[in-house]
Structure formats: structure tokens, C-alpha cells
Design a protein around this ligand. Structure first.
Ligand code: SAM
Length: 473
């Protein structure tokens, strides 16, 4: 923690209620302070820290009453200690300062303790107690319900990751849990499953049970469908099984995967799993986006390791990893484990389509050459980390720059076609075994857009393919 003392404009200081431990300003106290200031009394400097996301502004850590008094007396500048808290919780720091001259009331102490715990559930009751001026046991009582909910939330995350076969060292790292705490949570998993199963056996629906226990639907499906074979699982999920190599689905099944740019229909992933994997196989999804692959793996009883550059706390099973070409031209493999996947489902951004929806470091921001170079490196890398029997299911579409261009006038410049991907895949040692048409639904286009395209003879793209490959040679 570092600090410096200087004069700063009163107008640059804000009272941020998020880190203010008291219920409000005591105006009688401000009145007394104002009189002291007018009499020429010098107070200790107030304490502030730079306000996050507000350049040039400071938020109060200590001295709200002095600051209010300075304002009422018309002062422009005030002596302030500018603190850099370096990770110390500002709410607790402010609370500790506040109890110096006057204890927090019961309400204020409870409220501050709960807010501090909600901000950071790793804080101990003793740490919170020291800051709010209460005994550890009292803080235990203040935060008991939050702690129970937090433990339950942790149980649910662990249940999901464990069921998907994420190794314990990665669960610990992802959830910031010590191995001993993880073992404690893991020991509760059978009980967790049995209370959910008991509700299912009483006839409650999957979504009712999910809602009651705070689980996700796919997690409850994973229990509800346990022991059934794939075809029965399809039936229970209400999906017709496609028998031929054209898989078209009008809608994304909203029970699986999140609303996500470039979201793939859950039924499409389910069909890949049905034809190209077996129960309990390990599925790898290097760019898992809204999580449809792990969700379907839960429903169909497969294990799944999923990665994406976007770190989403509500999706702990998707581990954050950004694939980039390193100086030696190879992206790094995200895990040290020697275990190899049975099936890799790779659904990258289709060149720069939906680039606005992804992070600026996404591969959708690359030039055409860089994008192809990246894919070549990734296909090489996944082959190096695959078993002889591992299948790769690569999902992509023709990318033509047809905006405002009649079909007969397209130059083909800048286009990336499915053949280009097939060439790279062949070069990197992958042999195509199947190519399945899985067109995107055209229903989302408005009649106005369709009519304008037809008028100009523009030929749009709804084609999408699942290319399934095995290793050549
Ligand atoms: C087409 S989306 C995947 C959608 C997913 N299958 C679904 O249905 O929700 C492509 C994903 O690739 C991720 N991505 C793009 N560049 C990446 C990179 N360099 N490393 C890791 N993830 C990346 C994006 O964040 C995005 O979620």
C-alpha cells in the first residue's frame, strides 16, 4: 500500500456508496465541523483513493463528514492522503477508519460485513470483524446465509466440472479452491445428486428441479437421463434423429448453450456426438463460446474439456484460454495432462463474421492470410495432441464477400471457401471421412432484406458444413 499527501479540488472527490460503511451522513456532526473550520481549526487530511474508471476523480475512504463540512464552508481545495490500496478491500478499509472515532451501529456493521463478504467470499469472519469492530462469532452470524448460498453455488460448479471429467487440479485452479476444500465439496456430491434424483422420481420436470435446486437444466438432464442409451436420450429430449447427411434445424434449443454470437444449435452438436462418439468419451471444444458442447455432453453422458478466450464466471466448465501463434508459430496447449480427446469439436469464428460480437483479440480480427495460417497451426497442434483414433469435427461455412454484389459479379477475391479449409486439413494430416450439410436457418432474415437481395440478384450464404476427419496415414 502506498500513499501521498497533497491538496486536491473538493469537486474532484466523490462519496461512493459502494464503499461507504455508514447509513448516511450525520448532518449535526457536519454542522459542528463547519463551525470549527470557520473558527480556523485544522482537521487531519481526509483519505481518498483514485476512483476506478473515473480519471482525475477520487473516492472517499475516510473523512466524509470533514469533506461535507469543507463543501458547506465554500472551500475549493482540501488536504488529502491519496491511497493506493493495492488489492485491500476499500469497503473494509473505510470501515476500519470509520470505527476509529465512532463504532458502526449494529445495522451498519451487519450491512458492511455482508457487502464485504459478497464482494469477496474468501474474506474470513475474523478479517471482516477487525474492520467492522465486531467479534468473529458475530460476523459468522451476520454472513451465515450468504456463506451457505456460496457453498451451495460452489457445490453446483464442482458437480458440473466433475461430471464433465475436468481433473481436480484444474477445478481447484479455476474455482480458486484449496485441494482440501475441493475434497470436502466432492464428498457431498452423492448427497447432492440423490436429493435431485428424488425430486425427479416424484415426477417433477427437469426445469422445475433445476429451478428448485439452483442447477442448470443440462446438469439435471445429466441425472435424469443416466443409464439410458443415446437414442432414448434423443427421444426424451424431444429431438428427431437425422438419419441422412443433411442436418437442418430451424431453432437453437434454448435449454442448451447461452445466447452467444455464432451460437450453434444444440441438436447439431448432439448429432455429432451420436454418430462420432460413445458414452463417456472425452470431447474437446477449443472455442466453446456459449457452452453448447459442454451442455450437450452433460445431457448425453460424455466428458468434456472446453476452452474459450472469454472468461465467464457463470460457466466455470469453460476454462479461459486464448489460442495465439507464439514466436515459434505454434499456439500453446492449455493443459499439461497427457489424456487425449476422443473427439474434437472445433467451431471457430467463420473468418470475420460476427467479429463485432467477439473480443478484439479473437481470430475474427485477423487478416485472411493470418486467419488461414492460424487454422493451419491449430490443426497441426490438435493432431499432435490427438490419439490415432481421435476424430475432428470442424464446423465452418463458405465465406464470400457478397455484400451489395450480384452473384454473377462476385470476383471471389478475399473469399474463403470450404475447399480452402479442406486443403489445409489435408496438408496438416487430417483426412475427411464425412462432410455433412448443416445449413443455418434463413428464418431470421426479414422480408425486406430478402426482397432487396432478390432485386439485386445477391446470393446469400446459409450453407454450413460439419467436416469430420480422422488422421491420415
Ligand atoms: C463461433 S463461436 C463458438 C460458438 C459456440 N460453438 C456456441 O455455440 O456457443 C467462436 C468462439 O471462438 C472464440 N475465440 C475466438 N478467437 C479465439 C482465440 N484466439 N482463443 C480462444 N477463443 C477464441 C470466441 O470467443 C467465440 O466464443
Amino acid at each position: 500500500m502506498t500513499q501521498r499527501t497533497t491538496k486536491i479540488p473538493i469537486s474532484s472527490i466523490i462519496l461512493d456508496e459502494d464503499i461507504y460503511p455508514r447509513k448516511g451522513i450525520d448532518h449535526r456532526r457536519v454542522g459542528i465541523f463547519s463551525e470549527h473550520i470557520r473558527d480556523g481549526f485544522e482537521f487531519d487530511p481526509i483519505e481518498v483513493e483514485p476512483a476506478p474508471d473515473k480519471p482525475g476523480r477520487y473516492r472517499l475512504l475516510d473523512g466524509a463528514h470533514r469533506w461535507s463540512a469543507y463543501k458547506t464552508t465554500g472551500k475549493d481545495n482540501v488536504e488529502a492522503i491519496i491511497q493506493e490500496l493495492d488489492g485491500i478491500d476499500p469497503l473494509l478499509y473505510a470501515a476500519k477508519k470509520a470505527i476509529g472515532p465512532r463504532q458502526l451501529t449494529e445495522d451498519e456493521a451487519r450491512n458492511t460485513a455482508r457487502r464485504a463478504y459478497k464482494n469477496n467470499s474468501k474474506l474470513s469472519a475474523a478479517e471482516i470483524g477487525t474492520a467492522v469492530g465486531r467479534a468473529r462469532q458475530t460476523v459468522d452470524i451476520y454472513i451465515a446465509d450468504l456463506r451457505a448460498a456460496n457453498q451451495m453455488g460452489m457445490d453446483i460448479k464442482i458437480f458440473c466440472m466433475n461430471r464433465l471429467g475436468v481433473p481436480q487440479d484444474r477445478i481447484s485452479k479455476r474455482l480458486g479452491l484449496a485441494r482440501t476444500s475441493l475434497h470436502y465439496h466432492l464428498s457431498k456430491m452423492p448427497t447432492l445428486a440423490s436429493s435431485t434424483n428424488s425430486d425427479l422420481s416424484q415426477g417433477f420436470t427437469v426445469s422445475q428441479v433445476a429451478q428448485k435446486h439452483g442447477w442448470t437444466d443440462p446438469m439435471v438432464w445429466s441425472l435424469a437421463l443416466e443409464g439410458k442409451d443415446d437414442r432414448d436420450r434423443f427421444k426424451e429430449l424431444g429431438w428427431g434423429l437425422r438419419t441422412w447427411d443433411q442436418w437442418d434445424f430451424n431453432d437453437c434449443d434454448k435449454r442448451f448453450g447461452d445466447d452467444w454470437p455464432g451460437r450453434i444449435p444444440a441438436q447439431l452438436i448432439a448429432h455429432i456426438l451420436f454418430y462420432f462418439s460413445s458414452p463417456d468419451d472425452l470431447i474437446l471444444d477449443p472455442m466453446a463460446g456459449g457452452g453448447v458442447t459442454p451442455d450437450i455432453c452433460l445431457a448425453l453422458g460424455r466428458r468434456c474439456w472446453a476452452f474459450d478466450m472469454m472468461d465467464q464466471s457463470k460457466r466455470p466448465e469453460i476454462e479461459p484460454h486464448t489460442w495465439t501463434l507464439s514466436s515459434n508459430g505454434h499456439p500453446a496447449w492449455p493443459v499439461s495432462s497427457k489424456t487425449k480427446a476422443d473427439l474434437i469439436i472445433f467451431d471457430p469464428p467463420y473468418f470475420n463474421k460476427k467479429a463485432d460480437g467477439y473480443d478484439e483479440k479473437s481470430i475474427s480480427g485477423l487478416s485472411q492470410d493470418e486467419y488461414l495460417e492460424f487454422l493451419e497451426a491449430l490443426f497441426t497442434l490438435v493432431k499432435r495432441h490427438a490419439k490415432k483414433t481421435t476424430r475432428l469435427a470442424f464446423i465452418n461455412a463458405d465465406w464470400r464477400d457478397f455484400q451489395s454484389t450480384p452473384a454473377s459479379e462476385e470476383t471471389g477475391k478475399g473469399a474463403i471457401m470450404i475447399d480452402d479449409y479442406l486443403d489445409i486439413l489435408k496438408r496438416t494430416g487430417w483426412q475427411r471421412t464425412h462432410i455433412i450439410q448443416a445449413p443455418m436457418s434463413a428464418q431470421r432474415f426479414s422480408a425486406v432484406v430478402v426482397s432487396a437481395m432478390q432485386k439485386k440478384r445477391i446470393l446469400g450464404v446459409t450453407s454450413r458444413y460439419v467436416i469430420v476427419l480422422k488422421q491420415s496415414g
